[in-house]
Design a protein around this ligand. Sequence first.
Ligand code: COI
Length: 359
Amino acid sequence: MSFQISINKTKQSRINEFNPDKIEFGKLFTDHMVVCDYKDGKWGNPEIIPFGNIEIPPGLSALHYGQSIFEGLKVFKSNNNDVAVFRAEQNAKRFNKSAHRMAMPDFPEELFVECVHTLVDLDRNWISSAEGASLYIRPFMFATDWTLGIKVSDTYKFMVYGCPAGVYYSHPVKVYIDRYHVRSVRGGVGAAKCAGNYAASLYPAKVAKERGFDQNLWIDAVELKYLEETGTSNVFLRRGKKIYTPALSDSILAGITRDSVIHLLKDMGYEVIEGRISIDDLINWHKEGSLDEMFVTGTAVSVANIQLVGIDNEIYKLDMTQELVAEKVKTELNNIRTLKSPDKYGWVKVVEPKLTAKS
Ligand code: COI
């Protein structure tokens, strides 16, 4: 089936509110957004309209029963003012995996990418080519039936909007391993990018923040001892030329940055081991001095070093003074995303200026 994206351009651009030198993640949104409705068993044609509020009924089933999924991807501007979308096809695939787990309809993958490209073309002036800057794109879908009976919704809304993004963490990250709370369970929805995963993490994350940490480093819910992810990122531990990361499972989100970083690390000559890493492994490697570095990877976060891990009442500090592999891999990733390095992996798609001139 072929779809037609209609465009209703804003009459009042807010671009003068955008200060590339002062970007706060998720505070300012670009001029347009994509909206597409699902009913009678099929998707309608997507519309691009001026960014703004949407009207929802109090009985909206997503609000009550949580059928709601999202994605996050980034778009970069090169020194030539070319606009490059990073691995959107992978986001489209993961979106549909999440949709499947949440009993929601698939969104056509090619249309997902086309919606992103069209929005990005229209709002390309909102992307800064400054170091570390990007446009963060948020596609999402939620159930729109108005019902109080708990059931799979028959209607859905798919939307996409974008916000300028800078560096997510301005300092190396402090993570806390909470031995009691878990983010997701075996057979649960941890591998889906659904709203509920984030809601469930907020209380333990609030407690961790009150104790001075940036994030929880979640552990598995079965044996309560294996490292999983942080909720906004996947985690890596380096011992010399060996780099360990938790193997994917149904309780870990398959990070696209994680996958990209694994490819880059292997090409840089590191051995990447995807497996089980216990809290005791972390403590023992730290005690014997073989834990050289820890870092996290995610779309919003990019690649960020961990400076310390809190476990029980102990703090395990990482040596931040040596040459950090996370820095090297982040630079290489950024060079590919901003078209400074050749993209031998085919990760980057340049959006041709059809709707808005290059600037
Ligand atoms: C992303 O990196 O895209 C995420 O979903 C993290 C978000 C909670 C900021």
